[in-house]
Design a protein around this ligand. Structure first.
Ligand code: SF4
Ligand code: SF4
Length: 256
């Protein structure tokens, strides 16, 4: 997986014109490898995602048509789409972030903001939360303009008395780590308690990271839990190769 700086440079190279950015929200698609996937194209009611000639095509946006509605974000299995509104205020931009964890933040909450590498970049305020039928939420956060192409994830946490950041919910069975395979934090912690010390062992026991997103969201969490349990740094732990998100397609589509 490419690091934050490399991804940021690729994203900046795809930005719409300054005139378009001054008009309102626009979608940015951070999907740079050819994979058989197209819900962004099929979900856009405005025809803003250009037609795919091949299921492996990379998505391209027609910014004259994109309204920044976020429909494509809610169905993207790779959580690879972000909507940026640079017109929000002079100091801050509004970013729509696809969010698939518990607890779901509320308007007014201050949440932790992270870059693509999982580094904390800022605490940010939640301005709007919208739930979709598939249980994906779009969380709007106000972000300093200089961070609008860095901040790409949030976490809802409260500070305990000893100053350590801890999840708000202690219902680990309800905290889903792997949405593709429906694996909870409780299952991950149970496997570690049973003696699993590598991602591969947890993967074989739970199927974590084997779903359509191929570990995009769950692998960093599993690595963090293993790091806490083993005392090894995340770099020392053996991490499997990241693969591209996948989505089942009908055989007929492949022969079209
Ligand atoms: S944000 Fe809305 S209009 Fe823009 S590409 Fe996505 S679905 Fe289409
Ligand atoms: S991963 Fe997301 S952005 Fe990429 S092709 Fe699939 S739906 Fe579109």
């Amino acid at each position: 997986m490419e690091n934050n700086q490399v991804m940021k440079e690729k994203v900046i190279a795809k930005l719409p014109s300054p005139e378009r950015r001054r008009k309102g929200p626009y979608a940015l698609i951070e999907c740079f490898q050819k994979i058989p996937c197209n819900p962004c194209y099929t979900s856009c009611k405005f025809g803003a995602v250009k037609e795919f000639n091949d299921i492996n095509d990379l998505p391209e946006i027609d910014y004259d048509k994109c309204t920044g509605c976020g429909l494509c974000q809610a169905v993207c299995p790779g959580l690879a789409i972000f909507v940026i509104d640079e017109t929000y205020s002079n100091e801050k931009s509004l970013i729509k972030i696809p969010y698939e964890y518990l607890p779901v933040p509320s308007v007014g909450d201050i949440v932790k903001g992270y870059d693509r590498d999982g580094n904390h970049v800022s605490d940010v305020e939640v301005k709007q939360v919208r739930k979709f039928k598939n249980n994906t939420h779009l969380v709007n956060v106000a972000v300093e303009k200089k961070l609008e192409h860095d901040l790409r994830g949030i976490a809802v946490r409260t500070e305990s008395r000893d100053g350590e950041w801890k999840p708000e919910s202690n219902k680990l069975g309800e905290c889903i780590v792997c949405r593709c395979e429906d694996i909870s934090m409780e299952e991950i912690k149970n496997q570690i308690a049973l003696g699993k010390t590598t991602v591969k062992e947890i993967k074989l026991a739970t199927r974590g990271s084997m779903g359509p997103c191929q570990g995009k969201t769950c692998l960093p969490i599993i690595l963090k839990e293993l790091s806490k349990a083993t005392g090894k740094s995340i770099e020392e732990l053996e991490s499997p190769n990241y693969r591209q998100p996948i989505k089942p397609v009908k055989i007929g589509k492949l022969v079209d």
